[in-house]
Write a protein that binds this ligand. Structure first.
Ligand SMILES: Cc1ncc(COP(=O)(O)O)c(C=O)c1O
Length: 400
């Protein structure tokens, strides 16, 4: 390579086990990306740069606005949306609340979801039921033939097959089981029947394929602090172009309007693009850090990232089975995700297990809804997975 050539793009191998890129690797074995991720060096660096700049300059003297515009484009590309369809939000909840408050509901409209959603995708609809007489239908989780837990697609569609159904709202990946829903199938069902489709993508965006066009998604919300490897409080919200005009913003301020920089003219004309959902100043440092991690992931490509996460979670599932744990997460077909939930014979052991892992082995997993949950990211190593299996006590079930 001569001096003028571009440095080679970094492939996934560069990041695996690389403490310089993922400093958390020097602090223990972290497997809770479905909770709150540690920042990669690229994101932390963006924050350090911001802090240095912010000490002495004002917004207009920086490239921050260009960086934020560039993040909007790369976040849009990540889900196959246009940048006009993407707004920045402070978290997933805010995006879902935009949908819940922004659609022209009628009393008696039905909203269908599962009974195992993260509360970010429950309370906005409960409020709608309380205030607008909307009926919330929650489809329960079941045990599948292989012992895993899932909400069957056909049960969701059966619940939605009703003339009053206005919306299906789903997590792409359920936080406690790790089930990945078939968004394309649900989306096609919705589009055929003129039902709106809203997706909480915080447990998938960046590491599993999301294509709002092919999957017929109308609204999507995802904060950046899990699989996108960003800091908390900086997320993205998608609204399909055709729905922008009739989706009212949930929060209003100086920025939702077409002529936002003309402060004194009070022209209350909402922007025609997704900027209409942004009410005021951005979380600039959060977005700059998110930009760094989105670019890292986009540079690798979702195909390579998802294959890596599949390989790590397959290894984990195999090891857990060998150790006498039951796997709660569906793993067949495209139902798998980066979340592996598992249980010992006696769930009363779970708290002790996770505490011991943390205190004695600097190993971080989570407890959710009576299950142990491990969620590795692309940079975790096979050695770390094997160490986790090694440190876990026997799960008490017959080994497979
Ligand atoms: C499915 C799901 N949605 C949303 C969130 C978090 O919501 P927010 O981004 O509003 O903090 C979580 C966090 O655990 C989650 O698992």
């Amino acid at each position: 390579m001569n001096d003028t050539s571009e440095p080679a793009a970094k492939g996934i191998d560069h990041f695996i086990g690389n403490e310089g890129e993922f400093p958390v690797l020097g602090h223990g074995d972290f497997f809770n990306h479905a909770g709150v991720c540690p920042l990669p060096n690229a994101g932390a660096d963006a924050l350090r740069r911001y802090a240095r700049q912010a000490e002495t300059v004002a917004y207009v003297d920086t490239g921050w606005h260009r960086d934020i515009a560039s993040l909007r484009a790369s976040a849009a590309a990540m889900m196959n949306a246009s940048k006009e369809e993407v707004a920045f939000v402070k978290n997933t909840s805010e995006g879902i609340s935009i949908v819940a408050t922004g659609v022209d509901w009628n009393a008696g409209d039905r909203v269908v979801t599962t009974a195992v959603e993260y509360p970010a995708n429950v309370y906005p609809w409960m409020e709608l039921a309380r205030s607008r007489g909307v009926e919330l239908v929650m489809v329960p989780e079941e045990t599948a033939g292989d012992g895993s837990r899932h909400v069957p697609l056909e049960k969701i569609l059966a619940a939605a097959d009703h003339p009053r159904t206005r919306m299906i709202t789903l997590s792409h990946v359920e936080y406690a089981s790790g089930q990945r829903h078939d968004l394309a199938a649900v989306g096609a069902f919705c589009r055929d029947r003129n039902i709106l489709f809203c997706v909480d993508a915080i447990q998938s965006l960046g590491v599993l394929p999301v294509d709002v066009k092919a999957m017929h998604v109308d609204y999507l919300s995802a904060d950046g602090h899990k699989w996108l490897l960003g800091p908390e409080g900086a997320g993205v919200f998608y609204c399909r172009k055709e729905l922008l005009e009739r989706t009212r913003p949930a929060t209003l301020g100086w920025m939702n309007v077409v002529d936002a920089l003309n402060y004194g003219n009070y022209d209350y004309t909402l922007r025609p693009d997704a900027g209409r959902f942004e009410c005021g100043s951005y979380n600039v440092p959060g977005l700059l850090a998110l930009k760094a991690s989105v670019e890292l992931l986009a540079g690798l490509g979702v195909g390579a990232v998802s294959r890596r996460i599949k390989a790590l979670t397959d290894r984990l599932v195999e090891g857990l089975g060998g150790k006498g744990y039951s796997i709660v997460s569906p793993r067949s077909g495209d139902q798998w995700s980066g979340i592996v939930s598992f249980v010992a014979d006696d769930p009363a052991k779970h708290v002790g297990i996770s505490k011991t892992l943390r205190a004695e082995h600097r190993t971080e997993i989570a407890l959710r809804e009576g299950r142990l949950r491990a969620s590795p990211h692309l940079y975790n190593t096979e050695g770390q997975i094997d160490r986790l299996i090694h440190h876990l006590p026997g799960g008490g079930r017959s080994e497979i």
